[in-house]
Design a protein around this ligand. Structure first.
Ligand SMILES: *Cc1c(COP(=O)(O)O)cnc(C)c1O
Length: 377
């Protein structure tokens, strides 16, 4: 049977995954329909227990999105005006948006040219920058991002944080399941956030996220903030919070997906390995450091002539995407911070050249060969 691949290649194939576990998902959803506990039902508790065991962290607090998962710890710590937090400008808007939303100041630091993650060597410079002194800012913490599925440099970042009394909030929205020095993501720093947006490595069928911490007091505060700052009961409010709960239905979906998650990670790594082996002659393939693994939320290449490259791939029916075309320090929303082009040369160089190609566990070898041929052609 000759099936032309060019019309069928998916950037991320959620349909193939669903076809594989449709039965388990339906069984799980039917159970929720039967018991009817749509808010904080038993599936939410079951999922939290499974996720915390998976990550090797004492507490898992599921929530409504990855963005809420980043926001809630900041609310718990009372982060606000006058506070500053160091993060990367090469990430999704949420990472810095939550800081700005609370009136705090994002302090950007440039990235590592090989992994595109926050460069620990930049931290000292940013901490001592005129920007901090001039505005009388109090630097409180660091939000490293595990970009494209690869953990950031936690050893160096945590050492720096300890030295200056800063907290670390791991943004693992793209990297649930990845490892660093034998430890899973979401176990680094003081607290970690992840996302279950459908296209993430572990995604549900809507919005969702989770927070991880070993800190009992923080966990209790987060559970309270998740439900409008509730105290001893629903109508006792001891602090300002949000409506940040994770739906029972979505927990049911994730419980079914979690069963095949490790196998999917292995399949992603196999696909990434084939790409890297065959593409590294022509492109700068992603560098995964020796002491860690990636879950390949994206497989991203650099091209000196991106526009032409993407136009050509489009003609061949190969879907692509750009993460991220505009770094955060150059976004209109952050203009008030006063950064300008040239401030983060590694980030800007990368944003101008990077593009991502299809990556998911169900990428067939024949499809991959077609994509590789298209890229090398
Ligand atoms: C997706 C993502 C988020 C936000 O997650 P949502 O669930 O979409 O709110 C935060 N940070 C990073 C790095 C992300 O990729």
């Amino acid at each position: 049977m000759i099936k032309t691949k060019r019309e069928n290649i998916q950037f991320i194939d959620l349909k193939a995954q669903q076809a594989r576990i449709r039965g388990q998902i339906e069984t799980r959803i039917r159970k929720v329909l039967d018991h009817g506990q749509y808010i904080m039902g038993p599936e939410v508790r079951e999922l939290e227990a499974q996720l915390s065991a998976y990550a090797g962290v004492k507490h898992c607090i599921t929530c409504a999105s990855g963005t809420d998962a980043l926001l809630m710890p900041l609310v718990a710590w009372g982060i606000g005006p006058g506070d500053a937090v160091i993060t990367t400008p090469f990430t999704f808007i949420s990472t810095a948006e939550v800081l700005a939303l609370l009136g705090a100041t994002p302090l950007f630091a440039d990235i590592d040219p090989l992994t595109y993650n926050l460069d620990p060597a930049q931290l000292e410079k940013v901490l001592r920058s005129g920007r901090v002194k001039k505005n009388g800012l109090k630097v409180k913490g660091i939000i490293p991002v595990d970009l494209f599925g690869q953990p950031a440099d936690y050893e160096e970042i945590e050492r720096f944080a300890r030295q200056y009394g800063l907290w670390v909030l791991e943004d693992a929205a793209q990297a649930f399941g990845a490892e660093y020095n034998g430890r899973k993501t979401c176990s680094f720093g003081d607290v970690a956030a992840t996302s279950f947006f459908p296209a993430k490595p572990l995604g549900c069928y809507g919005d969702g996220g989770a927070i991880f911490t070993n800190d009992d007091d923080l966990a209790e505060k987060l559970r309270s903030i998740r439900v409008h700052g509730q105290g001893s009961d629903k109508y006792d409010n001891v602090r300002i919070g949000i409506n940040g709960r994770f739906d029972t239905m979505q927990a049911a979906v994730l419980l079914a997906k979690l069963e095949i998650f490790d196998e999917e990670i292995a399949l992603r790594n196999r696909a990434a390995g084939r790409y890297s082996e065959q593409l590294s002659g022509k492109f700068v393939a992603p560098a995964v450091k020796e002491d860690r693994s990636s879950v390949w939320a994206q497989y991203s290449l650099l091209s000196e002539d991106r526009d032409a490259e993407l136009a050509r791939l489009k003609e061949l029916g190969i879907p692509t995407a750009i993460y991220y075309p505009k770094p955060l320090h150059l976004q209109e929303a952050f203009r008030y911070l006063g950064y300008s082009a040239g401030d983060f040369p590694v980030t800007e160089r990368c944003a101008g050249r990077i593009f991502s190609i299809p990556m998911h566990p169900y990428l067939e070898e024949a499809e991959q060969d077609y994509i590789i041929k298209g890229l090398l052609g």
